[in-house]
Design a protein around this ligand. Structure first.
Ligand code: ATP
Ligand code: MG
Length: 391
């Protein structure tokens, strides 16, 4: 990693911390005490924990903005303590709250800072700056020559991410990068980061106070206690389903079961079927398929198999064409929707059912509250503590 052409080609590499401690001068207790963890290559690992638990200290030891008192840190197998700290920092992207942009430098100069330090030629830097601004959804022509104070908070944060990515580092350290923006902008920036990461496959260490943000972004979450003690280090699913102790449970907060629903997609669950008929069929066709079961509900589909109306046998008996039977289908969920979206649709539907549609809007099946309940139950069992009584 230490030469000017990292062999990683910008793809994520593994980071290992082995019994890493930091004691600040004059402090009785270490700020970070004997932390051991492996951050797998290409994954996003989120550190969450209360204020003062040592998250920033832990993160900044990885690029040696803070020197560890003891322990070992390797990046892609290389001991970082044996590297020149200046070189090391140029090869690790770093983005912080309030973006940390240099106010006297333009957006373009900020983004191009590390490439200039690495002595890229001017043309290559200029191209890279524009490419990075594009990547974070800022029009280069509009933003390249502005100063940070001429940008909104969310735009500054985007520039911060562009700057961190400019030299194509294999590792990205992000310390509450979206902490200072409003919830809506934060959601947008989180979505952008997820999209970027799906393409780039960096190893990202991300610090946040916000457990929901951790669940959304993390492949894994490390819940830290005092002195960065690792209380639990696992996938969001596993932590939500089975918090290691009361402190972690407190951090997860209320609604863990609901949060799990944001992690599952409709395509992962088994949808059920209801009787269907197309608009061109006689109403009696739907009535027959629905049979005599009281309250049973079926779907009228249009000629391209898209759901049109909900109808009971009685509804079908009251009309001469299925075009007018029952009530219109107001809402549907896609295979890529989260189970939370599906639950929302179920709760707002009169009959408590949500229609699932495919990529062309065609009928695929339905989900109801039982489907969602079974999924939550299955998740809980999947992640159950083996020592726990499961009867
Ligand atoms: N330069 C320093 N000198 C002395 N103590 C420090 C220094 N920097 C941090 N600390 C202490 O180390 C501990 C961990 O601080 P750190 O900034 O790593 O916490 P954090 O988890 O990032 O907190 P926050 O969520 O508030 O950002 C705190 O008790 C802090 O007061
Ligand atoms: Mg901090």
């Amino acid at each position: 990693m230490a030469d000017n052409n990292p062999p990683t080609n910008g793809h994520g590499v593994e980071i290992r911390l082995e019994e890493v401690s930091k004691r600040y001068p004059g402090q009785k207790l270490p700020a970070v005490e004997s932390v051991t963890m492996t951050i797998p290559a290409g994954e996003t690992v989120v550190l969450v924990g209360p204020s003062g638990s040592g998250k920033t200290t832990t993160m900044r030891m990885i690029n040696r903005l803070i020197e560890p008192t003891s322990g070992r840190i390797t990046i892609g197998g290389q001991d970082v303590l044996g590297l020149d700290p200046d070189l090391l920092r140029r090869e690790i992207g770093y983005s912080i709250q309030q973006a940390g942009l240099f106010p006297h430098m333009t957006v373009g100069e900020n983004v191009g800072m590390v490439p200039s330090l690495l002595r890229w030629d001017r043309k290559r830097i200029r191209e890279r700056v524009d490419e990075m601004l594009d990547l974070v959804n800022l029009d280069p022509a509009e933003f390249r020559d502005r100063y940070p104070r001429q940008l909104s908070g969310g735009q500054q944060q985007r520039v911060g991410v562009a700057r961190a990515l400019a030299a194509n580092p294999p590792v990205l350290l992000m310390d509450e990068p979206f902490g200072a923006v409003d919830p809506i902008t934060r959601g947008v920036l989180q979505d952008e980061l997820m999209r970027l990461q799906a393409d780039l496959g960096k190893t990202i260490v991300f610090v946040t106070h916000d457990f929901d943000e951790a669940v959304k972004l993390g492949d894994r979450i490390a819940v830290l206690g005092e002195r960065s003690r690792i209380l639990q280090y696992d996938t969001p699913e596993a932590i939500l389903a089975n918090p290691a102790d009361d402190t972690v449970a407190g951090f997860v907060g209320a609604g863990a079961a609901l949060k799990q629903l944001t992690l599952r997609r409709v395509r992962e669950i088994e949808v059920s079927q209801v009787p269907t008929a197309t608009v061109d069929e006689p109403p009696s066709a739907l009535r027959e398929r629905l049979g005599s079961r009281r309250g049973a509900i079926g779907l009228v589909l249009d000629r391209r198999n898209r759901p049109l109306r909900w109808a009971t046998a009685r509804d079908a008996g009251a009309v001469s064409s299925l075009e007018r039977a029952g009530r219109p289908v107001e809402d549907s969920v896609a295979m890529s929707s989260t189970l939370q979206d599906a639950l929302e649709a179920i709760l707002t539907d009169d009959d408590g059912v949500a229609v699932v549609t495919g990529s062309r809007g065609e009928y695929v099946g339905v989900v109801d509250i039982d489907t969602v309940m079974n999924t939550i139950k299955a998740l809980r069992e999947e992640h159950a503590d083996p020592g726990e009584d499961q009867s």
